[in-house]
Design a protein. Structure first.
Length: 162
């Protein structure tokens, strides 16, 4: 599925999402039926495409994210990758399951500059076990030029089984 509109910001009603799979939740956020989490107001990115185990966000870094050298602060890229990788993992969850990041690693390939323009932030599940989801991420431009890579492991929890 793809979408380019930016959904509203807010917190989803827990009762409204309790019986939804992770993919259903992400699809509803992507189409605007559920709000984007409040963090999206800080680092604006919009859902562009989602499917089981993979997501794509789009974002254009603005001057408010520049460091003193005039490039985009590395924390911007790390947060974008963390989000895309976490959301990709989220698409694999069963109703009632949650996850938490165990670790995340980012490698910067080239600086992101103000003139870089719109970027694709991609997350894809590499392995999904019973308790751990391993995910890769990348930031690239429309032509596929790579700016940063990420890896993450997420631990699955099921609050209903406790």
């Amino acid at each position: 599925m793809t979408q380019d509109a930016t959904p509203a910001i807010g917190i989803a009603d827990p009762d409204e999402i309790a019986d939804l799979s992770g993919l259903e939740i992400i699809a509803r956020i992507g189409t605007g039926a559920l709000p984007m989490p409040p963090m999206a107001a800080v680092l604006p990115m919009r859902p562009h495409a989602w499917e089981l185990g993979a997501v794509e966000f789009r974002a254009t870094p603005s001057a408010r994210f520049f460091n003193p050298m005039g490039s985009v602060h590395g924390g911007w890229a790390m947060t974008m990758l963390d989000t895309a990788m976490g959301v990709a993992a989220h698409t694999t969850l069963k109703p009632g399951q949650t996850y938490a990041s165990l670790d995340t690693s980012v490698r910067f390939v080239r600086p992101i500059m103000g003139k870089t323009g719109e970027l694709r932030i991609l997350g894809s599940v590499q392995s999904r076990g019973r308790r751990v989801i391993t995910v890769n991420g990348r930031i690239e431009n429309e032509s596929g030029k790579l700016f940063a890579l990420g890896t993450s492991a997420c631990q699955i929890t099921d609050p209903r089984s406790r």
